[in-house]
Each structure stands twice: as structure tokens, then as C-alpha cells.
Design a protein around this ligand. Structure first.
Ligand SMILES: Nc1ncnc2c1ncn2[C@@H]1O[C@H](COP(=O)(O)OP(=O)(O)OP(=O)(O)O)[C@@H](O)[C@H]1O
Ligand SMILES: [Mg+2]
Length: 264
């Protein structure tokens, strides 16, 4: 029985994943993953191509149905809930490949994203007061990521870095408790990546917690409070960036080397 006192108060995780599996026939994309994301935390997820990182986000968000295991958002079990319920419960995500409505304006892309989080997504237009609130919120998120002055441009006209940032704004639309970013720096040049690091640092104050998948180790090192490393659907290391990025299993999985001393 839990007899915790104020001195031993336990912090409840924003997300708790227990013994999660997602199999596709014989392919074990996720194979018994346990993890927690704590309030205010950025949890970095790393692993070589095919390790199961995107499958993990897809299963948490209900895009894939878990084969077994449990996913809790706060106190609520969300395993097997439909994707739109999970979105409305406060889980925002970006995709590894940019998914914008290119013929719409930057602002319209954000307004459409609000519909994912709304209780009545079938309504074509919001009543007066609510509409104003939504517009203000959309402009607030666009300003936070330096896109406000591009609100009326078409999404197709954005630079690659701006398009990636608009993806993040769309994920922020519902003020998520949990934000899941799948390789937000993919394809970015050095200065765009540096800007992204700065942006994610700003965002963390506005969302409950962040799970960040990345191959860019500089970005992962700078942003993550903790890192979980995966390979073949399993956890191979977990802990502080200093420990995980030097972990022999991580070096082996990423670089194919047996120990730190063998590094080129
Ligand atoms: N819808 C699917 N159907 C069948 N197999 C899938 C599906 N989605 C993922 N997989 C398989 O699951 C494994 C993990 O894939 P996943 O996309 O999660 O890897 P990843 O870690 O995100 O890799 P990357 O770094 O290349 O994005 C791979 O073997 C992949 O082929
Ligand atoms: Mg992936």
C-alpha cells in the first residue's frame, strides 16, 4: 500500500508506457517497451533506422493499435482508444514527413489543426466568441515560432525550415499535455537546426511534456533531459544524455562498434 507523505511525494508521469508491443506479422516494431515522460520533461528517443521510434509514436497516438501492453496519459488508460480521442485528450504530434495543406494559408493550416482537438469537429465554423479565441490562439502559436508575419502566405511558399515549424505549430494547436516530435530537424541545415533547438526550448514551457525523436545527436544532447535508446523494438539504454550517448550498446547499434575505445 502506498503510504507516501509530502516528503516522499511521487511525481505522476504525463505518459506511462508499460510492456508495449506492436508487431506486424513477424516484425516486432515495438517489443516490450516501458517508459515514462515526467511533467516538464523532454524525453529524447534515439535508435538506428527501423528501431521502432515512429512505431512508438504511432502506437501512443492510436494511429497503430497496440498488440499488447498499456499506455496511460496521466491517470487515464488510452490504449486502443481511437486516434481522434487521444488527440482531444491532449496528445499533439508531428510527422516524420511534412504533412501540410499546401494550397491553404499558413493560418488556415493552424485553424484546421484546431478541429482535431475540438469537441465538435463537424461544425464548419465556430460561433463568434469562440472563433475569435481560436484565431488569437493560432496567432499566439505562430508568433511563438516566428511565423506570425507569414500567416497569410500559402503554406507552399514556406522555406523548408518554416514548413517544419508550421508542423509544430499545428501540433501545438490544442495546447497539448504531451507533444510528440518525430525527427523535427530532418533535412534542416545547421542554422535551421540551431533555430529549432531554440524554438523547442521555448515550447517546453507551454506544453506538459515532450517526447522527441531525432537522429541529430547535437540536438538530442542539447534538448533532452533524459534519453531512451531503442534497437529492434527494444530499449537498449536509458538515462542522462551523458550516459546514454556513451553507452556501449548505443555505440554498437549506431556505429557498429564494440566499445567507446573503438570509435573512429
Ligand atoms: N505499417 C507498417 N507495416 C509493416 N511494418 C511496419 C509498419 N510500420 C513500421 N513497420 C516496421 O517496423 C519497424 C520499425 O519501423 P519505424 O518506422 O518505427 O522505425 P524508426 O525507428 O522510426 O526508423 P527511422 O529512423 O528510419 O524513421 C521497421 O522494421 C518497419 O519496417
Ligand atoms: Mg521513424
Amino acid at each position: 500500500m502506498n503510504t507516501s507523505t509530502p516528503h516522499t511525494a511521487v511525481i505522476s508521469p504525463v505518459l506511462k508506457v508499460t510492456d508495449l508491443c506492436k508487431h506486424f506479422g513477424g516484425v516486432k516494431a515495438i517489443d516490450g517497451i516501458d517508459l515514462e515522460v515526467l511533467p516538464g520533461e523532454i524525453l529524447g528517443i534515439i535508435g538506428p533506422n527501423g528501431a521502432g521510434k515512429t512505431a512508438l509514436i504511432n502506437t501512443i497516438t492510436g494511429f497503430y493499435r497496440a498488440t499488447s501492453g498499456h499506455i496511460h496519459l496521466g491517470d487515464t488508460e488510452i490504449t486502443h482508444r481511437p486516434m481522434h480521442h487521444i488527440g482531444r485528450m491532449g496528445v499533439g504530434r508531428t510527422f516524420q514527413n511534412i504533412r501540410l495543406f499546401k494550397r491553404m494559408s499558413v493560418l488556415e493550416n493552424v485553424l484546421v489543426a484546431f478541429k482535431v482537438f475540438t469537441e465538435h469537429p463537424w461544425r464548419s465554423i465556430w460561433p463568434g466568441q469562440h472563433r475569435r479565441e481560436v484565431m488569437e490562439k493560432a496567432m499566439h502559436w505562430l508568433s511563438l515560432l516566428q511565423l506570425a508575419d507569414k500567416a497569410n502566405q500559402s503554406a507552399a511558399s514556406l522555406s523548408y525550415g518554416d514548413a517544419r515549424r508550421l508542423e509544430i505549430v499545428r501540433a501545438l494547436a490544442g495546447s497539448p499535455k504531451l507533444l510528440l516530435l518525430d525527427e523535427p530537424a530532418a533535412g534542416m541545415n545547421d542554422s535551421e537546426t540551431q533555430q529549432l533547438i531554440h524554438d523547442v526550448q521555448k515550447i517546453r514551457a507551454h506544453v506538459g511534456a515532450v517526447m522527441l525523436i531525432e537522429h541529430d545527436m547535437n540536438l538530442i544532447r542539447q534538448l533532452s533531459d533524459r534519453i531512451l535508446a531503442m534497437d529492434y523494438g527494444k530499449k537498449i539504454a536509458q538515462g542522462s544524455p551523458e550516459i546514454v550517448l556513451k553507452h556501449p550498446e548505443v555505440l554498437r547499434a549506431y556505429l557498429g562498434i564494440e566499445s567507446e575505445g573503438d570509435q573512429p
